[in-house]
Design a protein around this ligand. Structure first.
Ligand code: IMP
Ligand code: MG
Length: 180
């Protein structure tokens, strides 16, 4: 295993270790498998932040899965949301009557996920649920019900396990807080 002494030294502290993340994701996978038994799941993944989460999660679910990736962002490289969501809609995607599981890395203001939820509901799926690895405890400007959540965290900017600061730190195996 790589020890990550290079980019790890930019962290003020580790919030969730690779082991803690691994255990919780396995747990979520088991729960999702029970809930979707007998169904085909259409997993809609928000790139790039959810990349590692989705890879670890889906490899532990023994059910047929259709995978659709899309881009949506309200952040443009900084640590503050801009208040607008740009969705890159996948060409030719068909969501009618599908059981959709929407996956994202982290719920912050709720703007991104609520915009996407609304857009997907317009496609008339059979069901639509949402899963995030992290739920930031903060006042939410946009209502966004979650069906699966890995961890609740404080309102701090985190990096690692897919999440970036200005394009960096996605490849950290743990999740941490950057030095000021
Ligand atoms: P929201 O629309 O404010 O809920 O923001 C959600 C998106 O912003 C997530 O999908 C992340 O990509 C990004 N984001 C929010 N908080 C953080 C953070 O603490 N670190 C890295 N990315 C974040
Ligand atoms: Mg994201």
């Amino acid at each position: 295993m790589t020890s990550f002494t290079g980019i790890l030294s930019d962290l003020d502290r580790v919030l969730l270790s690779a082991e803690e993340i691994h255990d919780r994701v396995a747990n979520m996978a088991a729960q999702i498998q029970r809930d979707y038994e007998g169904k085909v799941i259409t997993v809609v993944v928000l790139m790039d932040g959810a990349l590692f989460f989705v890879a670890d999660l889906l490899r532990q679910i023994d059910l047929p899965i259709r995978l659709v990736t899309l881009g949506a962002s309200s952040y443009h490289g900084g640590t503050q949301s801009t208040g607008q969501v740009a969705i890159q809609w996948p060409a030719g995607a068909d969501f009618v009557n599908q059981d959709i599981l929407l996956l994202d890395d982290i719920l912050d203001t709720g703007l991104t996920l609520s915009a996407l939820r609304e857009r997907l509901m317009a496609e008339k799926p059979a069901t639509l649920r949402a899963a995030v690895l992290l739920d930031k405890k903060r006042p939410r400007s946009h209502d966004c019900p979650l069906d699966y959540c890995g961890f609740e965290i404080a309102d701090e900017f985190v990096v690692g396990y897919g999440m970036d600061y200005q394009g960096r730190f996605r490849n950290l195996p743990c999740i941490g807080i950057l030095k000021p």
